[in-house]
Design a protein around this ligand. Structure first.
Ligand code: CMC
Length: 442
């Protein structure tokens, strides 16, 4: 039996062996260790040596890249950014600090933090011409449609930071994207309600500024509620990054072609929009409203469990978490705090959500499939209490996730082993056949 070893084994002497029983050949593949988490099998030489590809639709067993940014242990429900637990960041940090951490690898010292905040603050305005760009949209357009278009259009306005091979331009684009997303998001909202756009204010922090641009009107003074600003900041922290999820993978794939980062992030926004991903927060609220009352929960759960019905319990289940999503835990606690702080004594949707969670966590269907609440289950209730329109929920997710997208994009561009992302397939279509002229076709 022949042994075919990889030419360049990775930094471990451990291998797994694949045996091709049709030829009797063995192929050894190195195991690559991470700093934490399971080792991965390096199959990069598989096709070259064996003539076979792997088949993994949905990438359930595929690691697409090496990354130092975010770690998830889905079995126990752990999420860490650069080694810091999400619970600690949500409790003790703020969004600007988390942005710095994701982009630069370390928490900033006081001077670095002040400089970073100053830089982001001074990039919040968008080119004035973008105001006119907005006017081409229907007022009833979904704000995510507006975001896909306007973020992609930033590449038409900021030509001076499009050279992806220049580290300084990469950093400027990263800052521009983080800074301008809340401005564009608030503009999308203002446009939908027919109010004038509100310019950013440099004396406000990131979350305060966003609320100011969303809710202030020229006719009167708007005072940002600090409870709302802190809640918003925490929501931004909790959504900042989540390793190789669908939208981040989309950003990396688009960026791997050399596409500019504004275009790559616009691709990420499109991917986030779907209800299986970021669109779930909007879907959760609609679901709770449709359930309408605690009395209807059992019949709703019955519908979810019916395999002939494609209704899902939105805000439940996750590809990676087979335990409670740690972000959902923070949000669940936050939800009560925010409602208390806002003096909301009775929120029927929260009552439905709490009861729904209790019933689902006790139900064999959900237990067997390891389905737990995810980040979207409680975020919608907080956002609703903060008076954020439902159609803006996923936009807020996009605002927060932009730093994760751009940090991952930057990491990829700076990785010397980075290659064009180009998966293969198992072809099951027709084999070669002769072309039939139109007049001979039935
Ligand atoms: N309600 C009812 N059944 C579910 C749900 C759910 N929310 N999620 C999964 N299942 C069932 C599914 O029907 C399947 O059952 P069976 O084995 O009998 O066919 C099993 O659980 C496995 O589901 P899957 O769809 O194969 O698993 P996946 O890893 O592909 O799906 C998911 C992950 C997030 C798409 C899915 O759990 C889901 O659709 N959840 C609802 C949408 C949601 O809340 N999305 C937000 C995800 S977290 C934030 C983010 O990433 O943006």
């Amino acid at each position: 039996m022949t042994q075919k070893k990889a030419a360049d084994p990775a930094a471990t002497n451990e291998y797994v062996t694949l045996t091709d029983h049709s030829t009797g050949e063995n192929y050894d593949f190195p195991l690559m260790p991470g700093t934490v988490g399971p080792k991965v099998i390096d199959v990069r030489s598989l096709y070259g040596r064996s003539g076979h590809f792997t088949f993994d639709p949905g990438y359930t067993s595929t690691g697409s890249c090496e990354s130092k940014i975010t770690y998830i242990d889905g079995e126990v429900g752990v999420l860490m950014h650069r080694g810091y637990k999400i619970e600690d960041l949500a409790e003790h940090s703020d969004f600007m600090e988390v942005c710095y951490l994701l982009l630069n690898g370390e928490l900033p010292n006081a001077r670095e933090k002040a400089e970073f905040e100053d830089t982001i603050t001074h990039h919040t305005m968008v080119h004035e011409q973008i105001n006119y760009f907005f006017r081409g949209f229907r007022r009833d357009a979904h704000p995510m449609a507006v975001m896909v278009a306007t973020v992609g259009a930033l590449s038409a306005f900021y030509h001076d930071s499009l050279d992806i091979n220049d580290p300084r331009q990469r950093m400027i684009t990263s800052h521009r994207l983080v800074a301008k997303m809340p401005t564009l998001a608030a503009m999308a909202y203002k446009y939908s309600v027919g109010q004038p756009f509100v310019y950013p204010r440099n004396d406000l922090n990131y979350a305060e500024n966003f609320l100011h641009m969303m809710y202030s009107v020229p006719a009167e003074q708007y005072k940002v509620n600090p409870v709302l600003a802190r809640a918003m900041d925490r929501i931004f922290i909790l959504h900042a990054d989540h390793e190789q999820n669908a939208s981040t993978s989309t950003v990396r794939l688009a960026g791997s072609t050399g596409a500019n980062p504004f275009a790559s992030v616009a691709a990420g926004i499109s991917s986030l929009w779907g209800p299986a991903h970021g669109g779930a927060n909007e879907a959760v609220l609609k679901m709770l409203e449709e359930i309408g009352s605690v009395d209807n929960i059992r019949s709703f759960i019955k519908q979810v469990k019916d395999t002939n019905d494609d209704v899902r319990l939105m805000g439940f289940g996750h590809r990676v978490y087979k335990n409670y999503d740690p972000r959902a835990k923070v949000l669940q606690k936050n939800c009560h705090e925010v409602l208390d702080a806002l003096g909301i004594k009775h929120e029927p949707l929260l009552e439905i959500a709490v009861e729904l969670e209790k019933i689902a966590l006790d139900d064999e269907y959900f237990i067997k499939r390891k389905l737990f609440p995810n980040v979207d289950f409680y975020s919608g209730i907080i956002l609703k209490a903060m008076n954020i329109p439902t159609s803006m929920f996923t936009v807020l997710f996009a605002v927060a996730r932009t730093v994760g997208w751009i940090a991952q994009w930057k990491e990829m561009i700076e990785d010397p082993s980075q290659k064009l992302g180009r998966p293969r397939q198992l072809y099951t279509g027709p084999t070669e056949r002769p072309y039939i002229p139109l007049h001979k076709r039935r």
